[in-house]
Design a protein around this ligand. Structure first.
Ligand SMILES: Cc1ncc(COP(=O)(O)O)c(C=O)c1O
Length: 466
């Protein structure tokens, strides 16, 4: 494997400019370029002095891959300086064979860890049977997965997408269509949306309009109009903002992931439910990050006992293959007609068969109970080991979606953890360490992870402001 990589690198990475690639201007990778570690939620880089993030020296193999990335990819990702090559369970291995304990799970995706043997077998079998047929035709895995999701939730019907942002995009369209369908006077149709501070719903134009961080939205304005942002958890503001004849839908994450691991209260979600009932607006739960077992419940909203009209899912559903889904009640689905929405790839036999295997495992009561138990243990370990540190303000979360809020930027800690063989993410305004490990993680691995975090805490004591 190592030799095939190097011959690949030899042949392609350092190839001389050709007729087709010579016009590309490589984005230079500076030796001390500050990386915004381990989070797609990137903050504008601070102007002050930055410590070089790459404190361990990079191998030639890694450098070559990073240079190739800098040359050939559109520069949207401020990646960590780490080239991962393989994985098994909760461990990942870089191109030089160094082992990392994975507490990031591909941003809350790899719930079964890496290369789960049953999942691998399911994918291989389906790939060898049929991978893609398009939605022009029926396929058995797709209807089976839809039935499984319906049988396991509040929903009556499912629409498949390829990602979380697409699931939210579909939910936006469904909400608009539902409102149009249910109003006799087409001039009075509710078309607006409510979203919340610290929300993250995706990067496409509709989902982006619902995402609170201006840094993401402003460069692309005008995005979808008619979105009002309310403070997450503020019941009085929410009641005032959800208005009959104006609000088409309210989008809310029962637990905010990218925004900093903030959990809703039961009262907040119940107020949203009541206000939606009173006004005719739809309640949409975005469980792209917090759903599918991560909280120790199959659905995060089970912890609150409040049901939505629509729920969006993605990340872990197919165990690492791209998938998204909108779960809808019959009342909403009845407003959707042939041609209203669609996707070439969505709901392919391959991803749906893989997702059925994921659900086979995570739906087990014992599996979910273990997630809840391990989540409590993780928070206990963190409180015990980090509690005395003056930079640690709070440890919060539910199940295996846990945040450590700091009074400074989390990046130096995240970088130090990575150099010590532990992968964790940031969240919020960059001041939260986010832990979203594979749900199969063991107690020993949690102990190992928290020990590394503890040992790396001195990294926060440098010249580090947030
Ligand atoms: C709550 C939530 N919604 C939507 C998305 C967007 O999902 P994707 O990146 O698959 O488009 C994310 C991604 O982090 C998310 O956390």
């Amino acid at each position: 494997m190592a030799s095939s990589l190097s011959s690949f690198l030899d042949k392609t990475l350092i190839s001389p400019p050709t007729a087709t690639n010579h016009h590309r201007r490589p984005r230079k990778l500076h030796k001390h370029e500050p990386f915004i570690s381990s989070c797609l939620v990137s903050e504008p880089q601070s102007k002050g002095p930055t410590k070089p993030a790459v404190s361990v020296s990079l191998s030639e193999k890694s450098k070559q891959v990073m240079e190739m990335e800098a040359k050939y990819l559109v520069g949207t990702y401020a990646r960590s300086p780490l080239v991962l090559a393989s994985g098994k369970g909760c461990k990942l291995y870089d191109v030089d064979g160094k082992e990392y304990l994975d507490m990031a799970a591909g941003i809350a995706v790899n719930s079964l860890g890496h290369c789960d043997p049953d999942w691998v077998q399911a994918v291989a079998e389906q790939a060898a049977t049929v991978t893609h047929v398009s939605n022009v035709y029926y396929s058995i895995p797709q209807v089976n997965l839809a039935k499984r999701l319906v049988d396991s939730s509040f929903a009556d019907r499912v629409f498949f997408t390829n990602s979380g942002t697409e699931a939210n995009e579909a939910a936006i369209k469904f909400a608009r269509k539902f409102q149009r369908h249910s109003k006799a006077d087409k001039n009075q149709v509710a078309t607006e949306f409510i979203s919340f501070t610290n929300s993250f719903h995706g990067r496409t134009m509709g989902a982006l309009a619902l995402t609170s961080k201006e840094h993401y939205r402003i460069p692309f304005e005008p995005v979808m109009p008619g979105v009002t942002f309310i403070e997450y958890g503020n019941v009085e503001e929410a009641k005032k903002a959800i208005v009959s004849g104006r609000t088409a839908a309210v989008f809310v994450e029962p637990i905010q992931g990218e925004g900093g691991i903030y959990s809703a209260t039961k009262e907040f979600l119940q107020v949203l439910r009541n206000a939606c009932n009173d006004s005719g607006a739809l309640l949409v739960f975005d469980e792209v990050q917090c759903g599918l077992g991560r909280t120790g419940h199959l659905w995060a909203h089970e912890a609150y006992g409040v049901l939505p009209d629509l729920m969006t899912l993605a990340k872990p559903l197919a165990g690492g293959l791209p998938i998204g889904a909108v779960l809808a009640t019959e009342r909403v689905a009845a407003a959707i007609n042939y041609g209203d929405h669609g996707s070439t790839f969505a709901g392919s036999p391959l991803v749906c068969h893989a997702a059925l295997k994921v659900l086979d495992k995570i739906q087990e009561l014992e599996f979910l109970t273990n997630v809840a138990r391990k989540g409590l243990y993780l928070k206990e370990l963190l409180n015990l080991k980090l509690g005395g540190n003056p930079h640690v303000k709070e440890v919060r979360g539910l199940g295996l979606i846990v945040g450590i809020e700091l009074d400074v930027s989390a990046s130096p800690l995240v970088d130090a953890c990575r150099d010590s063989g532990l992968l964790v993410l940031t969240a919020g305004k960059g001041n939260v360490v986010r832990l979203v490990p594979p749900l199969i993680i063991s107690e020993e691995e949690l102990e190992q992870a928290t020990e590394v975090i503890k040992k790396c805490l001195p990294a926060l004591d440098g010249n580090n402001t947030n």
